[in-house]
Each structure stands twice: as structure tokens, then as C-alpha cells.
Design a protein around this ligand. Structure first.
Ligand SMILES: [Zn+2]
Length: 375
């Protein structure tokens, strides 16, 4: 089959690779109908991961049709249209039983890669290198989906592929941000980054009853999208004093919940004299508020305002990947038109044009929010 593979830093290619096969009785094989680029792919694309190998198949967010079913699978049969959660989780370990699928103890195929400086490894993830379990991703004609009863979800007929594909990763990540922020009716919520996860965090905050949601970015068209589709108020940080605006629009206190969805810079660029969204969020948040940091921050960072966290009684929470428990609920909301995501797929290309799609996505060229591939 054909798959979009990482070759070297900033170099992708569509290669012929072996078809995936059922390996465990709880596996299914899915024929991919849509796969989307994701923010977490960008550090990989740049080659910023030591365990990435030439030939690794990318793609954390995908949807398709079940074509082969392992004998231990109960919930799926051939022909089912399913969206597959980005986190690979077993469903039975202590963490999965608490609903913390992204912390699964068993799904990671290579627990030996635990880094003593970072603690135990988290769940596996599709389209990531060995450090995330080494599961081949969805930018391919076929994907092996382990623990299919846990991680694959039937898509309601009312939800088309272009909308449902974002129930794999971007929508549950945004929903998780609102949950981690414990957004309550009447809250003021600020979101840094108007990419797909930022927009869906804003929408999740609105659906949680937030009175005002402010989205901070510099890309005009993304801010307009956030305003139109999420009901958020745009703040262009090139033109406005973000700190002052956030104070003004929250009764002088600062937002109740601040969520950072922009990718972290490499550690060497996280310097005290450079502006950074994480630092801005901690400084902006009201006393006793919650700051949620999404996405990867590899390694360690200096110049983080930890004193402000303690002095202002902030709660700091983080997540790199979504859990799976919200996916069916999000699909239902998509079916009821409460959650629309198809506008995020600004570019639709055949998989053969994968390298071009990633270049658009990386450079945010031509207003690209997400590139979506069809086989
Ligand atoms: Zn588990």
C-alpha cells in the first residue's frame, strides 16, 4: 500500500510499504477515507525527535472503514465507518478505568523507552515514533488499529467524513482543555492559538457555558474563523495589548481559565527575554484561576513564572493527547450540528500530494489550518 512517510528533516515522501496485518485478537484493519495533519506532527516533520526513523508513517487523526476484524473484537464488523481516537489505549488498566486513556499503562508497545527524567511513558499514539509506541499512522491506505473496541467509534450517518475526522484528535483535545479548566457557566476563558485545537477549545468552552471566550492569535483568517464558528472574540496580538484587553474584558480580574494551545518552542528558544504564550497565560489568569497547557513541551524550560503560580494560587494542568471517553459524545454533538469542524479542513488533497499538504500546513500558507488527505 502507499503511505506518507517521514524521510528526513522537512522531507516527506509517499512510499510503497507492506500492508498492515492483524497482530492481536483485539485488532481491526481500517481502510482510511480521511486523514488530517496535526500540530503535533510539526516537531516530527522538523526532525526534532531522536527516535524518529526514515520510513515512519505519520498521521494521528484519521477515519475509515473496517475491513478486517480480529476474533476478540465485539463492537465492530466489516464495513463499519469508524473514527479512531489518536491515543492508543487498552481500556482495562488502572488509568483507562479512570477514563485517563492518554495515560494508559499497556498500549505503549515499548515501555522500555521510559525516560527516567520524564517518568513513565504515556499511552501510544498513531503516527508517532517509537517513543509513542511506534504505531503506524493514518496517512496511508490501511492502518492496524489495536484495542479496536476501545479506540474506534462508529460514526453516525448524519456526520460526514470531513466533519467526523476531527473527532479523532482535535475535538476531544479541545473538549479535554475545557474539562481540565473546569469551565463553568459565566466564566471568561482565554485561548492562545486559533489553530484547529484552539478553535475547538473555544467551542468547547462555549458549550460548557462560558460567558466570553477570547482567542489570541496573529492570523487574521484563523481569528475570523474562531469568531464565526466558535462564537469567540478575536484578539490579534500584533495590534492589541493582550494583557490589557484580557483584564478589561473580565471585569479587571483576568480570565477564569487560560488555555495555551500553541506549540511550544524548542527549549533553547524559551528564554526570559522572549515573549511566550505560556508565560503570558500565567500572568493574565485571575487569582485562583486555572491555566491549561496543551501539546508537547519537550525537555525542560527555564524562565517559567512559577512564583506567579504559587502567589496567585493558580492551578496548572497539562495534557499532550486526548482521552477517548468524549469521542461518542462529540460525534453526537456533530450529528446535532452543535459542533462543526469541516471548515478546519482548509485544504483537501489526495494522499499522493501529502508532502505538499504538509508544506502548506507547516508554513500556514494560503490560510491553511489543516490539510486533509484522501487515499
Ligand atoms: Zn490502559
Amino acid at each position: 500500500m502507499r503511505a506518507l512517510c517521514w524521510v528526513a528533516a522537512d522531507e516527506l515522501a509517499v512510499h510503497e510499504v507492506p500492508d498492515p496485518e492483524l497482530r492481536n485478537e483485539r485488532d481491526v484493519i481500517v481502510r482510511v477515507r480521511r486523514s488530517a495533519t496535526a500540530g503535533g506532527d510539526l516537531p516530527l516533520l522538523a526532525g526534532r525527535h531522536p527516535l524518529l526513523r526514515s520510513g515512519d508513517v505519520l498521521g494521528a487523526e484519521f477515519l475509515g472503514e473496517v475491513v478486517e476484524v480480529g476474533p476478540g473484537v465485539r463492537r465492530h464488523r466489516g464495513g463499519d465507518r469508524v473514527v479512531v481516537g489518536a491515543s492508543v489505549a487498552c481500556g482495562g488498566c488502572w488509568y483507562c478505568r479512570q477514563g485517563l486513556h492518554s495515560c494508559c499503562d499497556n498500549a505503549h508497545a515499548d515501555q522500555a523507552s521510559d525516560d527516567p527524567d520524564r517518568g513513565h511513558s504515556d499511552a501510544g499514539c498513531f503516527g508517532r515514533p517509537r517513543a509513542a509506541g511506534g504505531f503506524a499512522g493514518g496517512h496511508a491506505e490501511y492502518v492496524r488499529v489495536p484495542y479496536a473496541d476501545v479506540s474506534a467509534f462508529p460514526v453516525p450517518d448524519a456526520v460526514d467524513d470531513d466533519r467526523a475526522v476531527f473527532a479523532a484528535d482535535a475535538a476531544p483535545t479541545g473538549w479535554l482543555a475545557a474539562e481540565l479548566g473546569a469551565v463553568r457557566p459565566g466564566d471568561v476563558v482565554a485561548v492562545w492559538g486559533a489553530g484547529a485545537v484552539g478553535q475547538l477549545t473555544a467551542r468547547a468552552a462555549v458549550l460548557h457555558g462560558a460567558a466570553r471566550v477570547l482567542v489570541v492569535d496573529r492570523h487574521e483568517e484563523r481569528l475570523r474563523m474562531a469568531e464565526r464558528h466558535s462564537g469567540a472574540e478575536p484578539l490579534d496580538y500584533r495590534r492589541t495589548d493582550v494583557a490589557a484587553e484580557l483584564r478589561d474584558r473580565s471585569g479587571g480580574r483576568g480570565p477564569d481559565v487560560c488555555v495555551v494551545t500553541v506549540g511550544a518552542p524548542p527549549p533553547e528558544r524559551f528564554a526570559a527575554d522572549r515573549p511566550d504564550a505560556r508565560r503570558e497565560a500565567v500572568h493574565a489568569c485571575r487569582k485562583g484561576g486555572v491555566v491549561v497547557l496543551l501539546g508537547g513541551t519537550d525537555g525542560f524550560v527555564d524562565a517559567f513564572p512559577l512564583g506567579t503560580v504559587t502567589d496567585r494560587r493558580l492551578t496548572l494542568r497539562g495534557a499532550r493527547r486526548p482521552d477517548l471517553r468524549s469521542v461518542p459524545m462529540l460525534l453526537d454533538r456533530m450529528a446535532r450540528d452543535e459542533l462543526r469542524t469541516e471548515h478546519l479542513a482548509t485544504h483537501r488533497l489526495p494522499l499522493a500530494h501529502g508532502p505538499e499538504g504538509y508544506a502548506l500546513f507547516r508554513d500556514r500558507a494560503d490560510g491553511c489550518v489543516r490539510a486533509v488527505f484522501t487515499p
